[in-house]
Design a protein around this ligand. Structure first.
Ligand code: GLP
Length: 253
């Protein structure tokens, strides 16, 4: 179903098809490094998921080699599970600490994730939006892609005007993330930036690798904006770059 009766302007995003997932992750990392070197006080929107792990490995290695400093950076992660202590190994806070924050010079006080433990989720979501605005807005948003086309935890059917809020996870998303939980107990809910929030980033970088993402990449890029594929909303943004590997690009027309 189209997002509204008025036709949004559809942009043609830049697309780079890399030979493999390693090269794709490296290209994304290079782009982030370049951005931070040009603007040390960059506000980064960060993402989690297995796809992003090699990106953070590259960033950590680049920092260790003196190629980049994150000391001036502020970061906002897309999402966090609800009702999960930040110290839980499956939480996105501990994931980000383990993969990235603990190994670079970013100020931990300037790394933000939505508060999935707050008793007043609505207030926590509003506070998150306010913090993004107070930081000056997101300069570069990193995005992965769910197998069903979700971005952040905005599942199919999410309004393109949606803001940070609590959401219920689709069963396929719960299954896809089970491997990140030793006991297999993936929370059924999360707090995510909305699609409207994501679209306010100045630039967006999408990374998708592997054949499991091929159908979602095709739907996102086929030229039709539809709530059935949340990532298709990105066609309405003027500055999006897709970096995919051959497997993820295999169904792309
Ligand atoms: C989760 C995250 C998304 C991420 C997606 C893809 O659902 N909330 O932000 O893009 O997973 O994850 P993976 O890279 O593990 O396939």
């Amino acid at each position: 179903m189209p997002v509204s009766s008025t036709t949004p302007v559809i942009h043609t995003p830049a697309r780079h098809v890399m030979d493999n997932s390693h090269a794709a992750a490296e290209r994304v990392a290079r782009s982030i490094i370049e951005t931070v070197r040009q603007k040390p006080r960059t506000v980064l929107g960060l993402a989690t998921g297995a796809t992003m792990e090699p990106v953070y490995r590259h960033l950590v290695a680049a920092h260790a080699g003196g190629a980049v400093s994150f000391a001036g950076v502020t970061s906002f992660n897309l999402d966090e599970y609800a009702n999960l202590a930040p110290t839980h190994p499956g939480s996105y806070r501990s994931t980000m600490n383990r993969l990235f924050f603990d190994h670079v010079d970013i100020d931990p006080g300037k790394t933000f994730l939505p508060d999935g433990q707050s008793r007043d989720r609505r207030a926590a979501a509003q506070a998150y939006e306010a913090a993004i605005v107070a930081a000056g807005g997101i300069d570069l948003q990193l995005l992965g892609l769910g197998g069903n086309g979700h971005i952040g935890f905005n599942e199919p059917g999410s309004a393109f005007s949606s803001r940070t809020r609590q959401v219920a996870l689709h069963i396929s998303t719960i299954e896809a993330n089970r491997g990140f939980f030793a006991d297999g107990a993936v929370p059924a809910e999360a707090i995510t930036m909305g699609i409207g929030t994501i679209l306010e980033a100045r630039r967006i970088l999408v990374l998708a690798t592997g054949s499991r993402k091929a159908a979602a990449v095709r739907s996102a890029l086929c030229g039709t904006i539809t709530e059935n594929c949340p990532a298709s909303a990105l066609l309405a943004h003027p500055s999006v770059t897709w970096i995919v590997d051959r497997d993820a690009a295999s169904l792309m027309t």
